[in-house]
Each structure stands twice: as structure tokens, then as C-alpha cells.
Design a protein around this ligand. Structure first.
Ligand SMILES: O=C(O)CC1=CCC(=O)O1
Length: 90
């Protein structure tokens, strides 16, 4: 996800959006839905792993994010690799 806030957006509006995004992201992590959240070094972007039952649920989750209107999102479907030794890849 790459965040592209308009330069003209007032700082207070941007700060409020980021605070709502953080609260939702942390709740989704507690719920086990947002499994990984990594900053892309040097960019206002992240790489995330979501655990959801299907594409419709992923779309509903992503489009409910407060920053959704201001993000370019690229989705790559993942599934368990047969050689993985990590239980949490299931
Ligand atoms: O900062 C970002 O990459 C966008 C974002 C995702 C979760 C969050 O709190 O901010």
C-alpha cells in the first residue's frame, strides 16, 4: 500500500485520518486479520499480510480503511508453501 495524501490536505485532517487508520489497523491485528505490517524503508508505504477467507472479505476490509481513498494498493494472493516450517503460515 502506498499512501498519497494530497499536498493541499490540511495537517489536522491528515493527522486525524492517520490516527483512525492506526486504530483500525491495530484492532485488525488484534483480531488476527492483519497478520503483518511492515514499513517500506524510505517510502510512505507498507507491505502487509492479511488473513481473510476470500477476495470479497479482503476488498471489504481494505476499502473500509480510513486512508483507502488515498492509497494505491497492489494485491498478491498468497498460499502456504509446502516447504515452509512455520506453523503460522497455515
Ligand atoms: O503508514 C502507512 O503505511 C499506512 C498505514 C497502514 C496502517 C497504518 O496505521 O498506517
Amino acid at each position: 500500500m502506498t499512501v498519497r495524501l494530497p499536498h493541499a490536505m490540511p495537517q489536522s485532517e491528515a493527522d486525524a485520518l492517520k490516527a483512525r487508520e492506526k486504530a483500525m489497523a491495530q484492532q485488525l491485528q488484534r483480531d488476527g486479520v492483519w497478520r503483518h505490517l511492515w514499513r517500506v524503508a524510505g517510502c510512505y508505504a507498507n507491505v502487509s499480510v492479511f488473513d481473510l477467507p476470500d477476495n470479497a472479505a479482503l476488498h471489504d476490509t481494505l476499502s473500509a480503511l480510513p486512508l483507502f481513498p488515498y492509497m494505491d494498493i497492489e494485491v498478491q494472493p498468497l498460499c502456504r508453501h509446502p516447504s515452509s516450517i512455520h506453523d503460522d503460515d497455515r
